[in-house]
Each structure stands twice: as C-alpha cells, then as structure tokens.
Design a protein around this ligand. Structure first.
Ligand code: F6P
Length: 573
C-alpha cells in the first residue's frame, strides 16, 4: 500500500463486500402513528378549507411563528399550506423514523451508502482541525486526511493566484479550465459564479459537456502557455471528462508545446491516482478525493480547486465555515426549529400529501443562476429512487421534479403556470438582500419582484377583484374577461433571504439543501448516496457509438435503428 491516503482508503473498502448488509432497515414512515397523525391533520385542513390569505388575517403572529433564522439566513415559511401546529407533527415524524440515529451514523462514518458499502462523510470535509483524531473511519483519521489535501491545494491555488506558478515559458497563469461533469462541475461552477464579487486575478472556465461546442468555445482565445487544465473526476473514468481531457491535451500540443510540458499545465482531482498518472499528470499535481465523498457532495473537497483559485484560501475557508455552521445547526437544533428538517418535511407535505409533481427553485440573483441545475443533481440524483434501502419497493413517491431559473427572468416564462395553472407547485425564493455591484436601482427592483411574486402566489385574485379592476369595460366584455384574470392563490413558497452572498452564507445555503435532502431520503427509506441510474448512462452509449461510424447491421428497436440511420445519412452530406 502506498503512503497515499486515498489508496489506503480504497484498500479498506475493497476488503469489504459490494453491499453493506449490516445497515439498519429503515422505519416505514407510513406505518407510524406520527404519519397517521399528519394524515388526519391534512384531512382536517382540507375539510376546513385552505386559505392562506385568511390564515394571515386570522393570526397576526403567523409570520413570527413560522419564521426562523440561522446565521445571516432568514427563512420565512409562513406562505406554506401549514398551520403553526403542523411543525410539531413534522418534528414527531422526523423522530419516529429515527432521524437522529441515521444522522449520527452519517457523521460518524457508518457505511450508510449501503449499495456501495461506503461511508458518507461530506461533513468531515468541513470539520475544524481541532477535530483531528476524533473521526477515525476505516482506520483513517478523516479530518487529518482532509486537512492534508486541502493544504496542498491551498498552496497550489495561492501560487497560481500570486503568479509564482508559471507556465513552461515562464509566464503567469491567466486561466484555469476545469474539465469535469456532474458533481465535478456543478458545485465549483455555481460557487464560483455565486462568489463572482470575490474573484481576483485568474479567470476560471468550466467545460462539462462532451458536445465539442463547449470546449471549442472555452478554448477560443486562450493561450496554452498561460492556461492550466484541472481534470476533475473522482473515477477518472467518466467518458465525457476523458474525451474533453484528451481534446485539451491535443489542443495543448497543437499550440506547439511538448508532451513533457503537460506536467506544468495539467492537474487532476481524483481518487484514481494511477489513471491520472497514466494520462500524463505528475504525481505532485494530483489531488486526492476520498472514497467517502459522493460527486454531488464534493464541492467542499479538492473538487473546489477552481473555486479556491478564483476566491483564494481565506474565502474558501469561510465557505467551509458556513457549511459547518449549518451542520451544527442541523445536528443540534430541536426538530421543531431545525431548518433542514422543516424544509424537508414541508417538501414531503407537498410531495406525498398534496401529490405535487415538483418544486421550483427560484434564486433572485444572477450570480445564483446555476443553483437550480446544482440542486437538480443534488436532489434528483440523490432521491430519485424506487428501491428502498432494504431492497424492497418504496411505500411513497420519492424525489420531486426540481426545476427553476433565475428571477426575474422566470417571471417572463414558467411563472404563468404557477400563477394560473391547475397544479400545486411550491417554490423556494432565494433572495440576497444586498449586492456587491450597486448599479442603479436594479437590486431593489429584483427584491421587490421576488416579494411581490411570493405575495401574489399566496393571495391570488378573486373573481370579484378581477371584475372590479375591469370596471371601465362594458358589462359583457367584463363578464368574458374577468374569469381569465382570476388567480387561484394558495400557491405555497419558502422565502429564503440571505443578508449578502458571502462565502460563509453560500456555504450555509448549500449545506442546508444537502441536509434537507438527507432527511427526505430517510423518511422515504432510500439511500440518497448511490446513483445507479446515472451510472447506467455511462455505459449506454458505448454500444451505439461505434455503430454510428460503421455500415453494419443494427439490432436495436426500429426507432433506435432509424435514428442511427438518419445520423449516418447526415454524415454523407
Ligand atoms: O453521472 C454520474 C456521476 O457519477 C455523478 O454522480 C458524478 O458527479 C459524475 O458522474 C462525475 O463523476 P466523476 O467525478 O467520477 O467523473
């Protein structure tokens, strides 16, 4: 065994079976009295009649009873189809499914990712150095291992930022191009965009898609001698990433640099050290990822390298500190006031009681524009499962369809359906209260729109109100038009206000969603940490790609054969 922590870890895991059979079976939430109590509460609310507008009028303290703070984040949950007493029922259910046991199992390194027989320790990535020696998992001091890798990356990022790290011709590095996909792209990308105001010196680009338009556009105008490529792939086997990594290497050679120069211009973040070395990356420039961190939970790890280059060590540490603050909140706050727990249960309320088809993520912030994409992976790759931890079918609908877009743009697109469609679709409005840019009255305008939309979703507009607005029109026209202007209302939303988009607050926000998704997975009895569906995607195209080239007999269904034939014909043009 090499004295490389990653290799040591992998050795330990390889000694175990492919599936951890020892994990406690989940509690079937639907069979608990607490679930029955929630169902009864739901039925009572339905027969009483739901009117958020009325509930606000009846209870002057509703907003206080349903608002919570964590650090500089403010959560107004009062525009949900719940009463203040619903929160206790939520908390009771979280307790009934033994959330506390499973949370402890997670942060102490039990192999709760049972189908891959792995620990789930993204929280270890943000533990303080004082915790060294306290979290020994599979014989390894996880906190110490994390610190050692992060220290190496901080040093690298600092050299690149300060210009000490030069390219082969002695020039400063101007651009870092991250090549990775899924968790090896979305996390660092969203964080780098979100913290744009903290960026200095070096430009950071992201290439994820295997579509050549992606890499071609990024490379346009770059110079090999001032560019560093960071190949980010936990497995170092993801086809899209390898394709792009090879394209980058060829581009590098085409620019007149030698194969030996690659050492100064390519780094890798991976847990497959040998594969990265085979690609030509120097051992010193390979940063370890740990077996126990999943791709979509890895922004806090070496995968954060592009972010570190963009914002520097000090701010990256703040980002981790923010996540840690949310961990502490989640681990220690009673469920009745525990924000990830409450948001998770609110999600379950709509998913499993109201049968809502999905929920919208709406950041009123251009810098958070990739948050919906990030949460799509985090949520849907984690909880899009039909099979329970015990191998049986789940009793409930699991992960919701997550979609979204930055506000105010989405107001001119899918908001119509939220205002006047026939479906219940809850939203998360995420709104920074201050901006670093201070251009005109732009920010006030955006904030006003966020508040106004959430209010309109909640209030709706009655037929009488619509008619009153059309008072100047002839009676017949008013009768015809007024129903079109009715808004049903009672469209729920969470307002998540962030004092300012700082590294600390961003860390809190992202960690909050991680824990929310974990709580939901626990209630649904699934393992949120594997992803057999997307793994399947990695092998699917392997059979078809060679067939696109060759004139051979096809054995697919007639539709797939037709698509392949069409592609072949287009290549003859
Ligand atoms: O597509 C599946 C997936 O495994 C994601 O979970 C992961 O984030 C992504 O591929 C990239 O994987 P890797 O970092 O191994 O290249």
């Amino acid at each position: 065994i090499e004295r490389d922590s990653t290799v040591t870890f992998r050795f330990t895991v390889m000694m175990k079976g492919p599936i951890n059979m020892a994990i406690n079976p989940p509690v079937d939430a639907t069979k608990t009295p607490e679930w029955a109590a929630l169902q009864k509460h739901y039925d009572e609310l339905q027969s009483e009649g739901i009117s958020l507008k009325q509930w606000f009028a009846d209870d002057a303290e509703r907003v206080d009873k349903l608002s919570f703070d964590a650090g500089d984040l403010h959560f107004d949950l009062s525009k949900n189809l719940i009463k203040p007493e619903t929160l206790q029922l939520f908390a009771d259910l979280a307790k009934a499914v033994k959330l506390d046991e499973r949370t402890k199992a997670m942060y102490t390194g039990v192999h709760i990712n049972n189908t891959e027989d792995r620990a789930v320790l993204h929280t270890a990535l943000r533990r303080p150095v004082e915790d060294e020696g306290k979290y020994i998992v599979d014989g390894q001091d996880t906190v110490k291992d994390v610190r050692e890798v992060l220290d190496r990356i901080y040093a690298f990022a600092d050299e690149v930022r300060s210009g000490k790290w030069t390219g082969v011709t002695g020039k400063k590095i101007e651009t870092v191009v991250n090549i990775g996909i899924g968790g090896s792209d979305l996390g660092p990308q969203i964080a780098t965009q979100a913290l744009h105001a903290y960026r200095k010196q070096v430009r950071v680009h992201f290439v994820a898609n295997a579509d050549d338009a992606n890499i071609a556009k990024v490379l346009t105008g770059l110079k090999a001698e001032t560019t560093v490529f960071s190949i980010a792939s936990k497995s170092f086997g993801t086809p899209e990433t390898l394709l792009n990594a090879h394209a980058a290497r060829e581009w590098f050679r085409d620019q007149g640099l030698r194969a030996a120069d690659i050492a100064r211009h390519f780094v890798a973040i991976t847990s497959e050290v040998q594969a990265a070395r085979n690609f030509g990356i120097a051992a010193d420039h390979i940063f370890a990822m740990f077996d126990w961190v999943g791709g979509r939970y890895s922004v806090w790890s070496a995968i954060g390298l592009p972010l570190m280059v963009a914002i520097g060590e000090k701010h990256f540490r703040e980002f981790l500190r923010g996540a840690r603050a949310m961990d502490e909140h989640f681990f220690t706050t009673p469920y009745r006031r525990n924000i990830p727990v409450l948001l998770a249960l609110i999600g379950i309320w709509y998913n499993n009681f109201y049968q809502a088809p999905g929920y919208a993520v709406v950041p009123y912030s251009h810098n958070l524009r990739r948050l919906p994409a990030y949460l799509q992976q985090l949520d849907m790759e984690s909880n899009g499962k039909h099979c329970g931890i015990d191998g049986g079918s789940v009793a409930l609908d699991t992960g919701p369809i997550v979609f979204g877009e930055e506000g105010v743009n989405c107001q001119h697109a899918f908001f119509q359906l939220l205002h006047q469609g026939t479906r219940l679709i809850p939203s998360d409005f995420i709104v920074p209260m201050r901006t670093a840019y201070k251009v005109g009255r732009q920010h006030r305008f955006v904030v006003a729109n966020a508040f106004a939309q959430a209010e309109a979703f909640m209030r709706g507009k009655t037929l009488a109100e619509a008619r009153a607005e059309l008072a100047d029109l002839p009676e017949a026209v008013r009768d015809a038009l007024a129903p079109q202007k009715v808004f049903p209302g009672n469209q729920p939303s969470n307002s998540i206000l962030i004092d300012e988009l700082t590294p600390f607050n961003l860390g809190m926000l992202l960690a909050m969603y991680e824990h929310k998704i974990f709580v939901q997975g626990t209630i649904w009895g699934i393992n949120p940490f594997d992803q057999w569906g997307v793994e399947y995607g990695k092998v699917l195209a392997k059979a078809i790609e060679p067939e696109l080239n060759r004139d051979q007999t096809l054995h697919h269904d007639s539709s797939t054969n037709g698509l392949i034939d069409f592609y072949r014909a287009c290549q003859q043009r």
